[in-house]
Each structure stands twice: as C-alpha cells, then as structure tokens.
Design a protein around this ligand. Structure first.
Ligand SMILES: [Zn+2]
Length: 234
C-alpha cells in the first residue's frame, strides 16, 4: 500500500472516530453540564502528539485535535479501545479546566497537567498522566494521593501530548522551508512575485519576494495560510 492510499484509508475513518469521540463527550457533558461535544474535532497526522485541546484564542477557534497516525484503525500498532478512550478523556479534562470552577484546594500545582487538570481527570476517570502509559489500568489510580501530593513518575513510555510539544511541533512546521529561490507566487494585492531570498528563523521562515521593483518580506506561514500559491501548482 502506498503512503497516499494509507492516508486515504485513514481519512475514511474520520467519521467513525468522530462518532466515537462525540458519543463519549456527550455522556461526559450530560454528567457535568458542559458542551464539549459541540467543540469542533479535527484530525491530523501528527507523529509527535496523540491529541491536543486548543483553548479559544485570538487566532484559533476552540478545538480538539487527534492524530490519525495513532488512532487510525489501519495502523498495526493502533491504540487499544481503552487507550483511545483515555486519550479522549485526557483532552476532555483539558477542556474542563477551562469550563468548570476548580476548588481552591486543587490549585496547589501549576501547569497544564497540574493539580487542576488532575482534579478534572478524577471526575471523569482519566489517567492523570501527561504521558501515555502502556497498559495503564484505571483501577490502579489512587486519585486521593495524586491530588494531594506530587506524583511519583511512572514508567513513561510515550508522550501523550502537552501544549509544549504541540507548540514545538508547530514551530518545527513553521520553520520548514516550503519555497525555493526563484519560485513564482501570486499575491491578491501585489500580483505575481518571485522569491529572491529565504531567511530561516528558529520558528519561522521569512521570504523576500520581488513584486516588480519592490521587495516585500513576508512570513511563509502567512503565505501558506492565505493560500498564496506557487504559480506552478495552480
Ligand atoms: Zn495533556
């Protein structure tokens, strides 16, 4: 099977996975009086993080994102149902930290995966670990001890998610050069331009593009986002 065929197969699974997640979130919503099932769910092919919850921000709509790379059914080492459910709950707990009031006594540990998040995990039966623990059994979790003192590190098998990872990954993505010197691009306002120089930054790529006699410096991320296409690709 080619990579393209595999991607197609994985994308075909999106409706099934979406239904699985929405059904679970509806049950949790009902229990907690929340609206997590209404938050858009997107799927990516992230190989660095299994999932993420993005709170609403100036740039982005609130959303859940899951990696088909890990949860897709056609992968050989796909997550088990129990692990998938835990992943969905893990992200839902992040959503909860934004939408429920956290009792004062659970604010002692800061951080995205701090005590407030762990408190949310305890309400929905999610494993309060920011790492993916293979074969972790929910029955073994002693929430009382997790919620009252710093946790002892489990054997950390694979990173589940973290905002940091997500951020780092998007920085890596943003710093990948997607254009070449000499590429002709079109701009809605400036018309056709030619890439003259590529400037690599730690988390971005700046393109120097000539439009007639004028050189404009434009962030590649913005170009890609606005569908500012290479002429050859149209
Ligand atoms: Zn997390």
């Amino acid at each position: 099977m080619t990579k393209k065929d595999m991607l197609k197969l994985l994308h075909n699974e999106e409706p099934v996975l979406r239904a699985e997640i929405t059904a679970l979130y509806s049950v949790l919503d009902h229990k907690l009086g929340l609206h997590g099932a209404d938050v858009p769910i997107t799927f990516g092919m992230d190989e660095k993080a299994l999932g993420s919850y993005m709170p609403p921000s100036y740039d982005n709509e609130e959303q859940f994102q899951f990696s088909l790379f890990f949860i897709g059914f056609c992968m050989n080492d796909q997550l088990t149902k129990a692990d998938r459910v835990n992943l969905y709950k893990h992200e839902y707990a992040h959503y909860m930290t934004r939408h429920i009031s956290i009792p004062e006594k659970y604010n002692w540990q800061p951080g995205v995966h701090g005590s407030a998040w762990k408190y949310c995990c305890s309400l929905i039966g999610a494993i309060p670990s920011d790492y993916y623990i293979e074969d972790a059994s929910i029955k073994k979790i002693d929430y009382d001890s997790v919620l009252t003192r710093p946790s002892v590190d489990h054997k950390q098998v694979q990173m589940l998610d973290t905002y940091r990872t997500q951020k780092m990954y998007s920085n890596i993505e943003n710093s990948k050069v997607k254009y070449e010197v000499g590429d002709v691009v079109t701009h809605p306002k400036f018309g056709e331009g030619t890439v003259q120089e590529i400037e690599k930054q730690p988390s971005s790529v700046r393109l120097h593009i000539s439009f007639g006699d004028e050189i404009k410096i434009i962030d590649q991320k913005w170009l890609v986002k606005t569908g500012y296409k290479k002429v050859a690709e149209r």
